[in-house]
Design a protein around this ligand. Structure first.
Ligand code: DL6
Length: 824
């Protein structure tokens, strides 16, 4: 049997001929088409299927190797995986893009057109979801045995349309045909909700809890292979989809002839994984969201525990085999679920189980914004997950008892750290539960990790000690964000650093500094940037019918729209520039540097102020872009539906990008890293990872401005209780808005009032002048193109630290205690 198996083992193609054969086979059999009706869409599908088949053979080998080695695995639990497109990434990671290019060419297509056919897998809002995707790439590339677990949303983040200057949300149905996933109809888990808890005594007199009744929904696994770069290691992303249970509940209804209600049950079950909640840094407690969270963590833990049990090890060895990372608080119920499995189902004593649980989990915090910290009403938890609420109360009780021992009679301390907030209604504080249930808690940039320890979690530092808290500064994968997004720059770098090694060890970029005086090198560098700008220029023309000058300075701010990220500061600055240009004589204007201000990003559908910001930007664009006095000197562009694949085009085309959050509000940011890695400079505040970027690349290569985080609270206090004045330049901007120059003034009244009259929480007025002055410096420095290019090269050369590989190695060593396992 073994011999026969071996003889027929699928090897996967390695050359052009083999690739073409696979594509034709898939067109003719899987897709049931022929040469005559194979369009670009079919060619994309067949190419993807050919690569998917190849990946799955390596996936099988990787999994077999991990099982036989019986090694410790990492499980990354994230409610969001913002993957973007898979085909280009797969071709590059397995090193067969040139083979595919040749094959596709022979078959009558262009590889670039085929790649464009793919719909983004947009299963995330932004920050933490894209980070999770970079982490999966690094985990596989570094040969770590790791699985991602998430939800297979039928609708990812909505598609944004801009209509008359306003954001309009359209559903994003991305699953029509997804060649990258393997449905595992045999891997299902029944998940229970609602019901009640009965307690009984076992034969030894021990109390045992039984969670009974309620509703069952089935989780079905869908697997996506994750190829490592230049390694056969292929990990798995398992996404759960919900469907009605085929168990006794439905059968009863069928037997009673109650067809309608059983169909309704089915629809209700499928709703669980139907849609991604579109909030970023904002918590909106909806029952369905809590259902999603439990559904996903319960299915994932069932899977993890099943895999562990196969090894027949003792329970105490669980943390030696399993490390689970909580990506933000969304998966925190996993802490409770594991405790439930160990105590209620496996019969372990509470303390033994709790030891296992807390040694298994790590928790990453991604925000200090109070409005983003998750809390769930106790009543809702009681209704949906009655047994879990009991366990949460017990966890809290035992925790508070240890606090009481350490800080006797300190009632304030007990109230402040209690997992249950004594509010009306009572709430379960998920971040506190995550801290208590994990052995390590990390922030995502140095400033952020300091802030969580000195502000929102300071009492926990007193209780657990500083060792439990750590920092892992975020990183990005250079494979997608340089090699794939900017192939010409990647090749140029390879030619100067001795090949593509830098893609595995990003610190090798430092060799670029040796070539900085090489004129031909700098010339080619500048040409590549220009070509990337031309590409974006064409896209702008095609989609918005606006002509922009590729020689102008491209100033880009693309990210979620949020008051703390301060797109309003940017657009106020643009209006200020416009007014200054208008006030100049034609001669003076001729001396000015042309600039294109490019914006992009989605606003949460319920976030009114963010939507007003989008509206203002578009209205300013509508006026400025048509003003004959201004011409090329200023253009304002809003790029619709910003997503991962658009970022891959926009980031390489930027000269300057904006990372201008109010100090202390942006946990890290990762687009700042992407822009610098692609040879753009940044203007930014002393916030998040900007601080470490400055330290690495040198402050002469970055345009920093604005308030420091330690001064923020004093300024806010002064705005509220002292006198708050707005300088004349900003007042002129407000007056222009209110004069109706950019449309109905009432539309923007609240935005102006937030700064002028209502305390200016985000410190726009405090930072406006230094922002304008710094932008003037940018203009001056950009004129000296040779020095500008040198700054860009120097910055790229010093970006080695910001690879997600470094980041994953830090997690592996400091938090997970896992080793790589090479697959031959
Ligand atoms: O850590 C990844 C990313 C950071 O770079 C951003 O600074 C931060 O805003 C973002 N946070 C979130 C939190 N969302 N929620 N809820 O995505 O994380």
């Amino acid at each position: 049997q073994r011999e026969a198996w071996k003889k027929h083992q699928v090897e996967g193609f390695t050359d052009k001929d083999g690739f073409e054969k696979e594509v034709v086979r898939h067109v003719e059999t899987t897709l049931a088409r022929s040469l005559f009706n194979c369009d670009e869409g079919a060619a994309y599908s067949a190419t993807s299927l050919a690569f998917r088949d190849r990946l799955i053979t390596e996936w099988n080998r990787t999994q077999q190797r991990q099982t036989t080695a019986d090694t410790k695995r990492v499980y990354y639990l994230s409610l969001e995986f913002l993957m973007g497109r898979a085909l280009d990434n797969a071709m590059l990671n397995v090193g067969l893009k040139d083979v595919a290019r040749g094959g596709i060419d022979d078959l009558g297509f262009r590889i670039e057109d085929i790649i464009e056919q793919e719909h983004d897998a947009a299963l995330g809002n932004g920050g933490l979801g894209r980070l999770a995707a970079c982490f999966l790439d690094s985990l596989a590339s570094l040969n770590y045995p790791a699985w991602g677990y998430g939800l297979r949303y039928r609708y990812g983040i909505f598609k944004q349309e801009i209509i008359n200057g306003y954001q309009v949300e359209v559903p994003d149905y991305w699953l029509d045909f997804n060649p990258w996933e393997f449905p595992r109809h045999d891997v299902t888990v029944d998940i229970q909700f609602y019901g009640n808890v009965r307690k009984s005594q076992d034969e030894n007199g021990k109390t045992v809890a039984h969670w009974e009744g309620g509703e069952i929904v089935t989780a079905v696994a869908y697997d996506m292979p994750i190829p490592g770069y230049a390694t056969p290691s292929t990990n798995n992303l398992r996404l759960w989809s919900s469907k009605a249970s085929s168990g006794e509940f439905d059968f009863q209804k069928f037997n009673n002839g109650d067809y309608e209600s059983s169909v309704a049950d089915q629809q209700r079950a499928e709703t669980i994984s139907a849609v991604l909640y579109p909030n970023d840094n904002l918590d909106r407690g909806k029952e369905l969201r809590l259902k999603q969270q439990y559904f996903w963590v319960a299915a994932s833990l069932y899977d993890i525990v099943r895999r562990f049990k196969k090894s027949k090890r003792a329970w105490r060895e669980f943390p030696d085999q399993v490390a689970i990372q909580l990506n933000d608080t969304h998966p925190t119920l996993a802490v409770v679920e594991l405790q439930r499995i160990l105590v209620d189902i496996e019969g372990l004593e509470w303390d033994e189980a709790w030891n296992i649980v807390t040694s298994t989990f790590g928790y990453t915090n991604h925000t200090v914004l109070p409005e983003a910290l998750e809390k769930w009403p106790v009543g809702l938890m009681q209704h949906l997950l009655p047994r879990h609420l009991q366990i949460i109360y017990d966890i809290n009780l035992f925790f508070l008892q240890t606090v009481e021992k350490k800080f006797p009679n300190d009632r304030e301390m007990l109230t402040s750290v209690s997992i249950i907030e004594e509010s009306q209604p009572k709430m379960v504080r998920m971040a506190y539960l995550a801290i208590v249930g994990s052995h390590k808690v990390n922030g995502v940039a140095e400033l952020h990790s300091d802030l969580i320890q000195t502000t929102i979690f300071k009492d926990f530092v007193k209780i657990f000690g500083a060792d439990k808290f750590t920092n892992v500064t975020n990183g990005i994968t250079p494979r997608r964000w340089l090699h794939q997004a900017n192939p010409r720059l990647s090749e140029l770098i390879a030619s100067k650093t001795g090949g593509h090694e830098f893609l595995k060890d990003l610190t090798q970029l430092n060799k670029l500094e040796l070539s900085i005086d090489d004129d031909a090198f700098r010339k080619e560098w500048a040409e590549i940037k220009y070509a990337n700008k031309v590409r974006l220029t064409k896209y702008i023309k095609k989609t918005l019918d606006v002509t922009v000058n590729p020689a102008a300075l491209f100033d880009v701010q693309v990210k979620r729209i949020h008051e703390y990220k301060r797109q309003q500061l940017n657009i106020f600055g643009v209006i200020h520039r416009y007014l200054a240009l208008k006030a100049m004589s034609p001669e003076e204007r001729k001396k000015q540097l042309p600039r294109v201000s490019i914006f992009g990003g989605k606003a949460a559908p319920g976030y009114w102020m963010a939507k007003q910001i989008i509206h203002l930007i578009n209205n300013v664009g509508a006026v400025v872009n048509k003003d004959p006095d201004i011409g090329d000197l200023l253009k304002v562009i809003y790029l619709e539906d910003y997503n991962v694949s658009k970022a891959e085009m926009i980031v390489p085309a930027s000269d300057l990008s904006e990372h201008i959050s109010t100090a202390g509000t942006e946990a890290s940011g990762t687009s700042n890293m992407k822009f610098v890695l692609n040879g753009g400079l940044i203007i930014g505040t002393c916030d998040g990872a900007n601080i470490e970027i400055t330290r690495e690349i040198g402050q002469e290569n970055i345009f920093l401005f604005g308030t420091l985080s330690e001064d923020v609270e004093d300024l806010r206090h002064a705005h509220t209780y002292g006198s708050h004045t707005v300088d004349s330049d900003l007042n002129k901007v407000f007056d222009t808005i209110q004069s109706g120059t950019f449309g109905e003034p009432n539309d923007f009244g609240a935005m102006v009032a937030a700064v002028r009259d209502h305390g200016d929480f985000y410190l726009v007025s405090d930072d406006f002048q230094s922002y304008i002055d710094t932008q003037k410096m940018v203009d001056t420095e950009y004129r000296n193109q040779d020095e500008w290019v040198r700054k860009c090269i120097r910055s790229v050369a010093r970006m080695g630290f910001f690879s997600s590989d470094r980041c994953i190695n830090e997690y592996a060593e400091g938090i997970w205690n896992v080793e790589p396992l090479v697959v031959k």
